[in-house]
Write a protein that binds this ligand. Structure first.
Ligand code: F6P
Length: 544
């Protein structure tokens, strides 16, 4: 079904109204907004599917929310969500459907794509993955020498790495500590060398994770892994079947690599790389936490999907998060968003979100093919608290950039030791408060600070943040969190009228690198790049 393009964004009344409203609210301080409404902390908070979002420390009032919701309505957000979840080919530049939500649909659900219910296929792969995990953990699956598998090395990059490594770190508490998991992504040989240097090949299984099975980095690492394994074992190609499995949509290339397609776990064209951690690409996660907890994670994803699909826009977590991002990006001119999880297990969550958000909405052309005349995806970045506080928070508090922050906090620690968790949590609440309220010159002087120093110790405040406060980090909660951001990204993409599901921007560099590899390997192949690139290549040749 053809998608009808909405009117140009900046020409819409909803956009113009937001612009006018921005002029009214831009100089209001959060101190004033809190003083005006003693219930503000409750008014601008929302609890759904077990996640509590406090968005009261944003530079908004009730009218802002209502105008942002009108913008979403004008963009046809509800219809676009339905189009996505019912298998319409909304990824028009690649002529594909976008059905990652089907990956977490319950067994008895129906999701039609091209006249077929895809849910049985999804569960058939999940069942095959579960059986495989059981055979590894029970020791029934053995390597070439008969030794059980104790080491799992996931070889993949981008969506075939960031989701798995993030989930492994996030759910380590729930993981089988008898298995060692490693992740190799970079084509830098150091990544492979360091990940495998202490592993016994007889006990090592490589998971080659690549949707296309053509990605340069992953195929290079996969070939290196095969050579490493066969040389160390002194075995021939027959050992590959016991030590390599593939996660891919490309059976032909998997077979060409030498992996038996019986040892391949498939997924589909309609799963984007950065939306694939809950597909077969999650095999390392399932091995780590076991099939039951993996299904709990899928259940969490699904709960958020249902919430996104059914909740009214103004009471919809991903919609609110997405609209707030649009608000700061396009009206306040914010260029970045910080994601600050106060949980060490979420240390790779910001890195995971970087691909999800920026590969999705880092676009400057609309679905209709026009250059946008507004900003799209902000730059996402972050580190777990409290480490970030002793590094870059200075700039968030007193620098010249307005950086909206997403704080992610948990009421219960998975490792309750002494009063660590209260101290950690006190810090996250303190940061939100300090950013919002700041500290005036009068307050600084009243503390006895000298006139000369006072200005340096003033905190302007009025710096916005969201706080997600969640009971504890479980597999289901991780699923909800990831789905929350997936759908926030979709919401932003719908408003900005871009396609969040292609990534043409990664192609040019890939093509040029392919051309340059043989030029580096030759001493005198002629070079026809710009003078900078030619000189760098010549210098590299003379130094290597
Ligand atoms: O960086 C581009 C990209 O295509 C990502 O979108 C994808 O997640 C990654 O490369 C890996 O691709 P593949 O799974 O096909 O190896």
């Amino acid at each position: 079904m053809a998608t009808t393009m909405p009117q140009s964004l900046t020409a819409q009344d909803a956009w113009k109204n937001l612009n006018a409203h921005y002029e009214q609210i831009k100089s209001k301080h959060l101190r004033e907004l809190f003083a005006a409404d003693p219930q503000r902390g409750q008014t601008f908070s929302l609890e759904a599917v077990g996640l509590y979002l406090d968005y009261s420390k944003n530079r908004i009032d009730a009218e802002t929310v209502s105008l942002l919701v009108k913008l979403a309505e004008a963009a046809g957000l509800k219809e676009r969500i339905e189009a996505m979840m019912t298998g319409e080919k909304i990824n028009t530049t690649e002529d594909r459907a976008v059905l990652h939500t089907a990956l977490r649909a319950p067994r008895d659900a129906t999701v039609q794509f091209e006249g077929q219910n895809v849910v049985p296929d999804v569960h058939a792969v999940l069942d095959k993955m579960s059986a495989f995990c059981d055979s590894i953990t029970s020791g029934q699956w053995t390597g070439h020498t008969g030794a059980p598998i104790r080491n799992i090395v996931n070889v993949g990059i981008g969506g075939s790495d960031l989701g798995p490594v993030m989930a492994y770190e996030a759910l380590r508490h729930y993981s089988n500590r008898d298995l060692t998991l490693r992740f190799v992504s970079n084509v830098d040989g150091t990544d492979f060398a360091e990940a495998t240097r202490d592993l016994d090949p007889a006990e090592t299984l490589f998971i080659i994770a690549s949707k296309t099975f053509t990605t340069q980095e992953t195929m290079t690492n996969a070939h290196t892994a095969r050579t490493w394994l066969l040389e160390k074992l002194g075995a021939d190609d027959s050992a590959v079947a016991k030590h390599f499995v593939a996660l891919s949509t490309n059976a032909e290339q998997v077979a060409a690599f030498g992996i038996d397609t019986d040892n391949m776990f498939g997924f589909w064209d309609w799963v984007g790389g950065r939306y694939s951690m809950d597909s077969a690409i999650g095999l390392s996660t399932m091995l780590a936490i076991g099939p039951d907890q993996f299904r709990e994670m899928l259940g969490g994803f699904h709960e958020m999907d249902q919430h996104y699909r059914t909740a009214p826009l103004e009471a919809n977590l991903p919609v609110l998060l997405g609209l707030l991002t649009v608000w700061y990006t396009d009206f306040f001119g914010s260029q970045t968003t910080a994601v600050l999880p106060y949980d060490q297990y979420l240390n790779r969550f910001p890195a995971y979100l970087q691909q999800l958000t920026m590969e999705s909405n880092g676009k400057s052309v609309t679905l209709a093919g026009d250059r946008v005349d507004y900003d799209t995806s902000p730059i996402y970045w972050g580190e777990p608290g409290t480490n970030g506080q002793h590094s870059f928070y200075q700039l968030i508090h007193q620098g010249t950039h307005l950086i909206p922050c997403d704080f992610i906090a948990f009421a219960k620690s998975l490792n309750p030791i002494g009063d660590h968790h209260d101290k950690l949590s006190a810090n996250v609440f303190a940061q939100g408060e300090a950013l919002a309220m700041g500290k005036t010159r009068e307050e600084v002087l009243a503390e006895g600070t000298s006139e000369e120093l006072a200005q340096h110790r003033v905190f302007e405040g009025n710096r916005p943040s969201n706080t997600l406060l969640i009971d504890s980090l479980t597999p289901a909660v991780l699923g909800k969190l990831v789905a929350l951001y997936e759908h926030s990204v979709f919401t932003q993409g719908v408003i900005w009228q871009v396609n969040p599901f292609d990534q043409w921007g990664v192609e040019l560099g890939k093509v040029l690198a392919k051309k340059i590899v043989p030029e580096l390997q030759s001493a005198d192949a002629p070079l026809d790049h710009d003078s900078s690139t030619n000189t760098l290549i010549q210098r590299y040749r003379s130094l290597k």
